[in-house]
Design a protein around this ligand. Structure first.
Ligand code: M6R
Length: 614
């Protein structure tokens, strides 16, 4: 969602800020703006639409050169995505400028109060109220940092705020509650951003900010305090990837690059977690084995693609760890009455670690004293701070809105957790866990094999670009894979796509089948005879009704050949691990189909990479 960049140092701020905004484009946005402080004056520019429009405006009317500035990409919540509502917003005097990510829930009261006191608000946004509140508080004395503290104490909801004031031309102030903000620490220059991608070209040293903290950014240093003014403990970290990881590297889209990176991402996520003796070592989970033995139920909370990883985790956990496991959409979790206790382990899965629904679910679980484990890809994000332990996926930065390599690494993480719990609890014979771990280590080469054979999938996708609907069927772990295939197609190709459990066909969805309708079927391995044969019957049933069957089955599965209009082979692997290979063709399919339709593959319409508001 909204992207934020702040800079103070020795370089032309506008260049740094616009470059940072370009690196945050992937978050999703519909307008953009900048503010630069030069010669004691604030200059702002903002435009609806993509950054290209803002760049055009800046070329037509270049602002004076300054070394302090900030920029924003806005994903509209309050008010239409037009020039007027784009950030930054300024106060009545034009001396305070503010950018914001999040939703200020009590903005209507604040606006009414401000208008009653004579302020003129020009936009429809919640953010503008903050600019005017800061105006009053700066006038009341104490400087911009103190003003920000006083304003934050009045705000309800989620926010990252960044503000500058002409009265203090070496200062950028940031504040955060329930919304992401990180500090980039340079030499003689410092940065603020929604995520490290914005400043990774300049520094890999970052500071994680906690809840309800204020950061005072000057060229010569960074000070972090809480909303009451008390010094805060800061956690500095080094970003373990460089700017090349956040570039397309010769691929047409980030998504294509990220699909291609999957074998490495899977290997990196396994790295260092399997001992020479074949035993798993997941010390970073920070949940002692003794406590893991006491766990009697696991609940997984997540959204979107991460939720699909959770659905697959359920099969692995119940089978290997022998524990009951529920999977819940994070957005629903806290609005019902889940039964939790200190012996419940809640696992939150989130690539970004900033998805508001996932964070709220975790807080809800914490209130009920459950143990909390995060699976997260972004170091320095909020989720790991809010959990007892975390297992990081090592996918590297995922820039395309559609999640690909993050999903595969989430699967690796849940397999590791399920096998580790099995190891700790002794629920499976050591040799079965050992055998699975060995197989996991071979998965990067299997995923690589799938990638080598994707040309027919691309051709198929291009041939289907005129279709309006595609259905996906699967059984067992193939069902969440079907859901994931449908989600990818919806978000990228804007097509009607639904995933179904194949066993449910006759309970309704079969009525959708008509002549020529493309139906993708994910077939379990032949070794799972009962499941396999049932889905082969399902393929026959839909084909008899005219469906165009696109079958994903393990290499050499001749039994499906007579019923497949298109057959996509994947390497043979055990059923539980099969999603690691069957998901890949579906990613390639959606990407190619969207590209054939001329869509923006990396930034699909209306979507944001991390959904930081509820
Ligand atoms: O960062 P998270 O994993 O918490 O994000 C969850 C979903 O928003 C995300 O997976 C979304 O569904 C993707 N765009 C799917 O490709």
């Amino acid at each position: 969602m909204c992207g934020i960049v702040g800079y103070v140092g020795g370089r032309p701020a506008l260049d740094v800020v616009v470059e940072g905004l370009a690196r945050l484009e992937y978050r999703g946005y519909d307008s953009a703006g900048v503010a630069v402080l030069a010669d004691g004056k604030l200059a702002t520019a903002k435009r609806a639409g993509k950054l290209v429009n803002l760049r055009g405006a800046l070329e037509d009317e270049p602002p004076p050169e300054g070394t302090l500035g900030m920029g924003h990409t806005r994903w509209a919540t309050h008010g239409a995505p037009n020039d007027r509502n784009a950030h930054p917003h300024v106060d009545c005097t034009g001396s305070v400028a503010v950018i914001h990510n999040g939703i200020i829930e009590n903005f209507a009261e604040l606006r009414a109060e401000l208008e009653e006191n004579g302020h003129r608000l020009l936009s429809d946004t919640d953010t503008e109220a903050v600019a005017h509140l800061l105006e009053d508080e700066v006038k009341a004395g104490g400087g911009l940092v103190e003003a920000m503290r006083r304003v934050c104490r009045r705000l309800e909801g989620a926010f990252t705020l960044v503000a500058v004031h002409t009265g203090d031309p070496d200062l950028v102030v940031g504040a955060r509650r329930n919304s992401p903000l990180v500090v980039g620490v340079g030499e003689g220059e410092n940065f603020l951003a929604s995520d490290v991608a914005a400043f990774i070209a300049h520094t890999r040293n970052a500071i994680e900010l906690g809840q309800d903290q204020i950061v005072e950014l000057r060229a010569g240093g960074v000070t972090v305090t809480d909303f009451e003014g008390r010094p805060a403990d800061v956690k500095e970290y080094h970003v373990d990837w460089d700017v090349s990881a956040a570039e397309k590297g010769g691929f047409d889209y980030f998504m294509l690059k990220e699909i291609a990176e999957q074998p490495q991402a899977v290997a990196d996520t396994l790295l260092g977690r399997i001992g020479a003796d074949g035993r798993l070592h997941l010390d970073e989970m920070r949940i002692p084995d003794r406590e893991l033995r006491e766990v009697d139920k696991i609940i997984i909370v997540a959204c979107g693609t991460s939720y699909h990883a959770g659905l697959i985790a359920k099969y692995a956990i119940e089978h290997w760890a022998g524990l009951p496991c529920e999977v819940e959409l994070a957005s629903e979790f806290r609005y019902r009455d889940p039964i939790l206790s200190p012996s419940t382990l809640v696992i939150a899965i989130s690539q970004s670690g900033e998805t508001m629904d996932a964070l709220m679910a975790v807080r809800h679980a914490r209130e009920q004293k459950a143990k909390l484990l995060g699976i997260c890809n972004v170091n320095g994000s909020t989720l790991p701070r809010e959990c007892d332990g975390v297992l990081y996926t090592h996918a590297g930065p995922e820039i395309a809105v559609a999640s690909t390599k993050a999903f595969l690494t989430q699967l690796v993480a849940v397999y590791l957790i399920a096998l580790y719990i099995a190891q700790v609890r002794g629920t499976k014979w050591g040799d079965e866990v050992f055998a699975m771990v060995q197989l996991l280590e071979r998965m990067p080469e299997k995923v690589e094999k799938v990638l080598e054979t994707m040309e027919p999938v691309r051709e198929l996708a291009r041939s289907l670009s005129g279709e309006h609907c595609v259905l996906f069927l699967g059984r067992h772990v193939g069902f969440p894979v079907a859901l994931e295939g449908a989600l990818k197609l919806k978000e990228l190709a804007y097509m009607h796509a639904e995933g179904f459990a194949a066993g449910e066909l006759k309970h309704g969805p079969i009525a959708l089948i008509e002549e020529g309708l493309p139906v993708v079927v994910v077939v379990p391995p032949r070794a799972r005879e009962v499941l396999h044969d049932k889905i082969v019957s399902n393929i026959q049933e839909i084909r008899a009704r005219g469906a165009r069957t696109i079958v994903i089955a393990e290499d050499g599965d001749e039994s499906v050949e007579p019923y497949a209009d298109t057959l996509i082979g994947v390497p043979a692997v055990p059923t539980l691990l099969q999603p690691l290979v069957t998901t890949v063709p579906l990613q390639v399919f959606a990407c190619e189909l969207a590209s054939a339709k001329g869509h923006d593959v990396d930034q699909p319409r209306n979507l944001a990479k991390s959904v930081t508001v509820e």
